[in-house]
Ligand binder design. Sequence first.
Ligand code: IPD
Length: 269
Amino acid sequence: MTLAPDPSELLGLGRSIAEEVAQGLEEALAGDVRATTITSKSTGTDLVTEMDTWAERLITDRILAARPDDSIVGEEGADVAGTSGVSWCVDPIDGTVNFVHGLPGFCVSIAAQWQGETVAAVVVSPLHRDTYTATAGGGAHRNDEPIRCSEPAGLGRAVVGTGFGYRPERRRRQAEVVTEVIPHIADIRRFGAAAVDLCLVASGRLDGYWEVGLNPWDHAAGALIAVEAGALCSGLNGEPPSASFVLAAPPSIWTELRDLLAGAGAADL
Ligand code: IPD
């Protein structure tokens, strides 16, 4: 029988790798990222830089050097089948558009999963100087200080984040949903990296976040950090976060926000 891993050990490994990669990304910004090779994936706005590829290779190499029997899935195509029961879900640069434009908010996101459940998570946002971490049952931290989600009295006080996918028609619909939502909340934000958005909910800086169309590497780490900070994070009906829907918010407004989003057709994209 395979023994369950120690989440703290997985976090230590993931964190050291994420911080190494984040430093490399920050150094790359000293040059002209837009002058390097940038290609696109699903649509012309879905960018991949040389640094995405570099970062994912480094993360994969470092994990396998330390834990050769683990599995790895990554945004840029990493797909390693292991035997240990531990799987790593990696976004080498979440918020690639921010990175290309030198805007704060891109991050390195790494989740370690045991038998399908995320047990350790790290999100490093280098230009914010923020390292968010969590282990299942061990709480959430920013730069080693415990964090909790906010406790807004109601939706009217809530600053809520969202994101837009890359397909033009979906984006148009997502923007229409925002026009339905914004009259009922304090304000809206679009920062450009789902993992950071979830960590902003965890730290109480955002009072909620939703998005449709995310991939597992976008939300795996941030969702554990949000939940460990006291937020609820799931699909619209309480099911696990998925491409269908991710909604993270403090318990005090989760249902109200869910009802508002459902009424605005946020899931019908
Ligand atoms: C994207 C970011 C963005 C979100 C998109 C994601 P990427 O990830 O998280 O905020 O709105 O849905 O695809 O492509 O920069 O790794």
